[in-house]
Design a protein around this ligand. Structure first.
Ligand SMILES: [Zn+2]
Length: 433
């Protein structure tokens, strides 16, 4: 450890909690067996490549794994890659290339030459090994876009899942999914309430949290809605379905969202909310996504635990203020390091000196493949180490104070907020039965 400071070594060696992924299940991953170009690029970087001038056709070819000629699929995006490689997304791709394939520079030839290494990544158990042993993650929390949560046999106390509340908050509860997982039907507000209670009765015990990313299709501005208003809005939805008018959709969404928060309180689950930046490109209405839109909801439910994801980038300073002001607000750096590592670094430094130490979660990869999550974890550790070394060298923290904070941000805060010890027990017992 002679060349490394204590804080750098601590950040490397401490198992990191991963609060947000869309990790494919073992059987899905093995079935899909992603090829080298999928492992490298099937993540957020596609949006940056498009922004850098790659055509949609070139990107579709890049991801077309039915064509085994990987050099020919990469060549048309090589210039866009040259323009993208220094973004946070691009940096993560370079880490994947290095860590999984020992590639220093991505070229058609280097990718073709490394292709043979890919088979070893798509073997049973490799997904867990990459995430737990290579990425040194404590556990991961996945949003599988489903109201259903079942233990994962491939690592029952490692793979946790959220209950998705996105369709509810969007004011578009999914009839088919609800019928499949609850056996119930929504015919009026009373039956909608019953459906929600059934979802929590069935899935809140194995679930680690409730999650909603409705900021992708509506404003985060919430307002209280009466049962009468919501019943009228539900009538419109039952009649018009996806064609439901905006005002009715927001009304029903707000009502379902609030009932979800109440059930979270009753069942002792945090509610994770997407705030800030959008995946993809060319469609982000910035006024939807600010965490400040949530203030009426945060004030209404002091007993809830709200995890505001992605540091609400680019409205990061506002989130520091919310985490400082509202005891029920936690800020989560999931996905943030790769969206903008420099902003994330500044966010942590501002947070340290403004908000309580129990309110920040350091990491979530927000991706579907283990190799990408490994790269995002490495990226987060690298930038976080820069943060803590800067704090120490500026005389703002001692080394031992930095280590104490790192332990909280990397692990202890998440254990407390998500009741991780108890959840691990529950899932181990469920699988042992
Ligand atoms: Zn996500």
């Amino acid at each position: 450890m002679s060349s490394q400071s204590d804080i750098a070594a601590f950040i490397q060696e401490t198992p990191l909690v991963d609060t947000h992924e869309h990790m494919r299940r073992e059987e899905v991953y093995l079935d899909e067996s992603p090829d080298i170009l999928s492992q490298l690029f099937q993540n957020y970087v596609g949006a940056d490549l498009f922004g850098a001038g790659a055509s949609q056709e070139a990107l579709d070819n890049l991801f077309d794994s039915s064509n085994p000629d990987v050099a020919a699929r990469f060549a048309p995006i090589q210039e866009a890659w040259a323009r993208t490689q220094h973004t946070g997304y691009g940096e993560a791709v370079r880490i994947i290339a290095k860590e999984l394939y020992a590639i220093d520079e991505l070229t058609p030839d280097s990718i073709a030459a490394a292709q043979e290494k890919n088979d070893a990544l798509n073997q049973p158990g490799e997904r867990l090994r990459l995430l737990r042993d290579e990425a040194n993650l404590d556990h991961i929390q996945t949003d599988a876009f489903s109201i259903q949560v079942t233990p994962e046999l491939s690592g029952p106390d490692f793979f946790f899942n959220d209950i998705s509340w996105a369709a509810m908050c969007s004011g578009q509860p999914n009839h088919e999914e609800i019928a499949e997982h609850t056996g119930q039907e929504i015919t009026d507000l009373y039956s909608l309430r019953l459906v929600m209670e059934t979802i929590f009765q069935k899935f809140s015990t194995p679930a680690i949290a409730v999650k909603a990313q409705h900021a992708y299709n509506r404003t985060l501005r919430w307002q209280e809605r009466s049962d009468d208003e919501a019943a009228r809005a539900l009538d419109v939805y039952l009649r018009d379905g996806e064609e439901i008018e905006e005002s009715a959709r927001l009304c029903l969404g707000d009502w379902c969202w609030a009932r979800g928060v109440e059930l979270c309180i009753e069942h002792d689950l945090p509610m994770k909310l997407h705030t800030g930046y959008y995946a993809g490109h060319s469609r982000m209405p910035v006024d939807y996504i600010r965490s400040g839109n949530l203030c009426p909801l945060l004030a209404k439910y002091p007993d809830a635990r709200f995890v505001l994801m992605h540091i609400a980038y680019p409205y990061t300073e506002e989130l520091v203020a919310l985490a400082k002001h509202y005891p029920n607000v936690y800020a989560d750096l999931c996905w943030a390091w790769s969206i903008n590592p420099y902003s994330s670094m500044e966010f942590v430094r501002r947070f340290i000196h403004a908000a309580p130490a129990n309110k920040l979660f350091l990491f979530g990869g927000d991706t579907g493949y283990p190799g990408a999550a490994l790269a995002y974890a490495k990226q987060a550790r690298t930038w976080f180490t820069r943060v803590m070394q800067a704090e120490i060298s500026d005389g703002l923290l001692t080394e031992s104070q930095a280590i104490d904070l790192a332990r909280r941000y990397m692990r202890d805060n998440q254990y407390e907020c998500f009741r991780v010890d108890a959840k691990k027990e529950i899932l181990r017992a469920a699988v042992a039965q």
